[in-house]
Every structure is written in C-alpha cells, then in structure tokens.
Design a protein around this ligand. Structure first.
Ligand SMILES: [Zn+2]
Length: 440
C-alpha cells in the first residue's frame, strides 16, 4: 500500500529560510553566467547600472529590468535563431518549443538535455501533488508536439511508472472509448476540453459512475479554480478536479494544486516567483494581485531573468495544510493583464464573466465577450454571448437575472445575447473568450 505523501519530501517541506537560501545560491549562479556569457543580459544589466554581485538578497532582483515577450521576439529576429541569451552549446540542445502566440512571430525556447530531465522530474512532483501514483492510467489529452505540456506530462508519467494513453487534444469520441476501456484513472487537458468531453459523455448516455476515472488536472487556460467550473467538471466526469499551470518561456507544468485544493504550488527550487504591481513595478504584498514575474534558477539552455508573464495572480508563503512549504497562488491565475476589458470605466477579466455564466444551470459552459462599436454614438458596446441549454422557459427573465449577476461581479452592466445550444464553437485547446470587432 502506497503511504508516501510527497514525491520529494526534503525539497517540498523544507523550512522557508532553507527554500530562500537555496534560491539565493541558485540565483547568484544564474545571474553570474547570464552576465558573463550572454551579451543580451550583459547589455541590459549595464544599462540598468547593476552587476550580479549587487543582488545580495532575493528582494533585490527587483532592480533588474523585467524581460517582455516582445523583447525576446525582437532579440530572436535580430540574432537568429534563438537570440543572444542561448547559453547552452548546440550539442546540448534537447528540444525546441515555440510559444503558441496568436499574434506575431512565435518566440522559440530550447530545453537542453539536462533541462528535459529537470522538467520531467518537477512535473512528476506536480503530478504527485494532485494524487497521481504508480499504476495510474493517464489519459494525456494535453496537446502533444510543439506545445509544452503534452511532452512534460508524458515524460513524468513514465517516471511515475504510469500507463500512458498519449491521445493528445483530439478525437473526443475516442477519448470516451479510452475512459471506458482500458478505463483511464487520470485525465489531463484544458478545462474547456474537459467540459466538452463531459458533454459528449452525457450525450453518449454514459454515467460518470460507469468509468474508473478518479481525478483530472486541467491547464493551458484558467478555469479549474473557478468554483462553478470546477464543480461542473467534477460532476460531469465524476472526479476530483485540480488546476495546472505553465508557460512556454519558463516551462511546462511548473505548478499544480495539491489535494487540499488550496491554490497552485510552485516549484520554487527551480523558479523564483515574484508578483509585481504593473503600475509601480514594485513587489506586491502577500495575497495582493499583480503580474507574475519569473526567474529561472536552474534552467540551462535559454534562461529567463525576470520574465514578465502578463499573467495575474497573488502569492502566499504560508505553509499549506498539506505540509508543503513552497509558495502558492490561491485561486490560481486570475487572468491576463492584456485580457482586461475596460467598459464604461469599469475593468474586468474573462474569468469573472466565466464565474457568473457557469453559476447558471440554464446555460452551457461556453461564452464570448463581444466588443463592438455603437455607430450612432461611437461608443463601445460589450455583449456577453451565452447558450441556453433547453429552449424553454422565459428567456427575458433569464436575461435579466444574468445581467444582474454580471453587474454584481463586474460592477458594470453589459448587454447579453442568449443563443441556442451549439451556437458557439467548441475548442480542444485554449478557448478564445474575447472577440473584438470594434472600429478603430
Ligand atoms: Zn498544499
């Protein structure tokens, strides 16, 4: 009988002071090699008037200017193929992974052979975190190939001695076939795809009680920690659902929820996590929401020093009820700084709309935030487009309830458009929530 609680107990439960000591040692190593071996970083450090030895504490990294995705893109175009922050020699390159960027040229990242090993090992830890154990049948419906999470969870499942079904994010009917036989016990995919699988499972007349699936972890987009979404996934598939997060420039599967479902636990021995106020560029207080900024402490190939992720979250170093001491982001990723909708003076994020829409049992899980221009006035119109599950009942009344719920959450009243079920396109990958058709 398996009684081991942690994958790497010494690392995961070490005292905070020891976590920070380890981070500082690794940070100094990384800053030194970036300064000495990368003209890209050396130029930036010199411009900011800072040397690696000036960073004497973890707090002092705030003096190093953050790196944005746009800067990486420009650097890679100016210095092909991968920019002057490529520190590993060609012979050590293991895998290439471009960003999924929907705008502009994708930014490439490389994992060295050593990085691949580290990624597999921390992913095994983040999978153990939400309860994957040797012998589990892992249905890996994360996209394989260039996208990062399919590969990392595949390597980690092997390391954990699981039986992997490497299906990727496609073939929904086959997904259901495998849930029935061999009877996968763990499902990995995006939250939107999990809801889609649940929908089709119900359509095929299969009860969640008739499949052995017991847990799932969902990443690639926010949602798993939105209470109404989590509940829908858990009920629809008959499982415990957890949140997963990673990003191309830093690494896949770098944080997951533990069985306490108390926020994303970071792999802090590999990555230094900061939460920064986007206006002042200063560090946020514990539990205050800001932009996640990340520094590679162990990455060999293309290390990032203070990468500006644009993802919003908060951070706490309070010890979790599970006993792990690595910092957590409670509530997970709260949105993208650039996904913010400004409407009639109010600011809100798609995740807030999701929270409201998914609390209505009359509505499907799909929604869009449509932005258009009022031709007469030249002002913006924001419409929340949703789908009604069954075409009966009072649509007007439903619309007015929905508007009221949205107003309470968003502090502004958008228009609503209730369409029949199936009107909005389903996705197997990241859902696109904002459709901007405004006239500029
Ligand atoms: Zn925990």
């Amino acid at each position: 009988m398996e009684v081991r609680k942690y994958f790497e107990p010494e690392t995961e439960t070490m005292d905070r002071s020891d976590v920070e000591k380890l981070q500082m040692e690794r940070l100094q190593w990384q800053l030194k090699r970036c300064y000495e071996e990368s003209p890209f970083y050396q130029e930036r450090f010199k411009k900011a008037g800072i040397k690696p030895e000036d960073v004497r504490s973890l707090e002092e990294v705030v003096h190093i200017p953050p790196v944005t995705k746009q800067e990486l893109r420009e650097e890679q175009l100016a210095h092909p193929p991968f920019g002057r922050y490529t520190l590993a020699a060609c012979k050590d390159w293991g895998e290439l992974h471009p960003s999924t960027g929907t705008t502009g040229v994708p930014v490439n990242t490389i994992w060295s052979h050593r990085d691949v090993k580290a990624i597999a090992s921390w992913t095994a830890r983040t999978m153990w975190n939400f309860g994957v154990r040797p012998g589990d049948i892992v249905q890996n419906a994360f996209s394989y190939g260039l996208w990062i999470a399919g590969m990392s969870t595949h390597y980690a499942s092997q390391q954990l001695r699981c039986f992997v079904v490497p299906i990727g994010a496609a073939m929904t009917e086959r997904q259901i076939d495998y849930l029935l036989n061999p009877g996968s016990t763990v499902l990995l995919c995006t939250p939107s795809y999990a809801l889609h699988i649940a929908e089709r499972l119900a359509k095929r007349g299969v009860s969640p009680n008739d499949i052995p699936l017991r847990r799932g972890c969902f990443g690639g987009e926010g949602g798993a920690e939105v209470p109404a979404t989590r509940e829908k996934i858990e009920k629809g598939l008959g499982i415990d659902a957890f949140d997963y997060y990673g990003l191309t420039e830093i690494g896949p599967t770098i944080s997951s929820e533990c069985e306490e479902k108390a926020g994303l636990h970071w792999v802090e021995d590999h990555i230094l996590i900061e939460v920064i106020n986007p206006d002042t560029k200063e560090r946020c207080q514990p539990r205050e929401v800001g932009v996640l900024v990340m520094t590679h402490l162990t990455k060999e190939a293309l290390p990032m020093i203070r990468y500006w992720t644009n993802d919003l979250a908060s951070l706490t170093t309070e010890k979790c009820a599970c006993g792990r001491t690595h910092a957590r982001s409670i509530g997970g990723i709260l949105g993208r700084a650039d996904d913010m909708v400004i409407y009639k003076g109010a600011k809100f994020y798609p995740i807030q709309v999701e929270k409201v829409v998914r609390s209505f049992t009359e509505l499907s899980d799909e929604f869009r935030i449509e932005l258009t221009t009022d031709d007469r006035r030249g002002t913006d119109i924001c419409t929340i487009v949703v789908e009604q599950l069954e075409e009966r009942g009072d649509v007007e009344l439903l619309a007015s309830h929905l508007k009221k719920g949205l107003k309470e959450e968003l502090l502004v009243t958008p228009e609503v458009n209730i369409k029949p079920l199936g009107s909005l396109e389903r996705t197997t990958f990241k859902a696109k929530r904002i459709v901007d058709n405004r006239k500029r």
